[in-house]
Design a protein around this ligand. Structure first.
Ligand SMILES: [Zn+2]
Length: 326
């Protein structure tokens, strides 16, 4: 288990390392839950032993509807489809906040179904396809061949391998590598690019009309998903979200946060990074995170603690520092 864990973490399976103390049955997800401002949220799942789906959003404007992030699993994709049919519209675009597989895996299927779709995203996926994802696929194939993947995780690992094999179809049609205001489906939005944050380049969206920041994995629960992150760059990006004027933040994983809650999360993350960069026991850093972010931990504290321990060690060991130099 220990040997193949990094490969699975790379694919967003961090949670499978810890057996949940309590078997948590997530509540059923209402598809395309309206959050105001012609915007609907499809909450991502993170079931025990499974890899996560990021949150997706459907927005529409005078010229059509579009999607922000396309999830990982077929079940999530089905909710996206229901969301579009629920509002009686078809997607004309997908905006990807970043290249992690829990946010882009639905791209190829949606492009095939709706050939007019244009994908907006940063070029960071190019480096990921030839580097991080290629290496992850290699480790995963080896782990599968060695029988080192728990049976419950095999479908997710195989699904991610199939997605990586279609990597070219995940790439953006419209590359957004610098922050800019633009109109998608006739709807004005500000696309902001954060360098060396959760990935080499993260896209987040400021919807000024709603005072809403849609930030992808710049905010995640139950822990910050640091697999490909530069912690200090990520903190800088959070300062930019704070300065944007947003009154509400939609995270990449977890519930919508009023700006005061975002401030609480931000402080907990900042304290966690400072602690892990220090010399005290890492256990204390995890405990600090669990206390500071208590309202987002949920019933499975064992999984959250195991993940915080893992990410604390990633920071402490300086293994993430390479992501600060890109
Ligand atoms: Zn994610």
């Amino acid at each position: 288990m220990r040997r193949w864990l990094p490969a699975l973490l790379a694919l967003g399976l961090a949670g499978c390392a810890a057996k949940p103390a309590v078997e948590f049955v997530p509540p059923p997800r209402a598809y395309a839950h309206g959050i105001g401002g012609a915007t609907f949220l499809i909450g991502g799942s993170f079931a025990p032993g499974r890899s996560p789906d990021g949150n997706s959003l459907i927005l529409y404007g005078p010229e059509g509807a579009f999607l922000i992030d396309s999830g990982r699993h077929a079940e999530h994709l089905a909710l996206i489809r229901q969301g579009f049919s629920g509002i009686g519209m078809t997607p004309v675009a997908i905006v990807n906040t970043h290249w992690h597989l829990d946010h882009v895996s639905g791209n190829p299927a949606l492009k095939a179904e709706f050939p007019g779709i244009k994908i907006y995203g940063t070029s960071a996926i190019d480096g990921a396809l030839s580097g991080f994802l290629a290496k992850s696929a290699e480790s995963s194939r080896k782990a599968l061949a060695d029988g080192a993947v728990p049976a419950s995780a095999v479908p997710d690992v195989e699904g991610d391998l199939a997605t990586i094999a279609r990597g070219a179809e995940l790439r953006p049609d419209i590359v957004v590598d610098e922050s800019r205001d633009m109109t998608i489906a006739g709807r004005p939005l500000s696309l902001r690019v954060a360098r060396n944050a959760a990935t080499e380049r993260d896209l987040w969206i400021y919807d000024a009309a709603e005072k809403r920041a849609i930030v992808g994995d710049l905010v995640t629960v139950p822990v910050p998903f640091l697999d490909t992150a530069c912690p200090e760059g990520w903190l800088k990006a959070l300062d930019e979200v704070t300065a944007s004027g947003a009154e509400q933040v939609v995270p990449g994983h977890g519930p919508i946060m009023p700006i005061a809650d975002f401030g609480t999360w931000h402080r907990a993350f900042s304290d966690f990074v400072a602690c892990a960069r220090g010399t005290g026991a890492l256990e204390g850093c995890s405990a600090g995170w669990l206390a500071g972010a208590a309202k987002w931990i949920g019933p499975d504290t064992a999984r959250a603690k195991a993940m915080a321990d893992y990410y604390g060690e990633l920071i402490r060991s300086k293994k993430l520092d390479g992501y600060c130099r890109a």
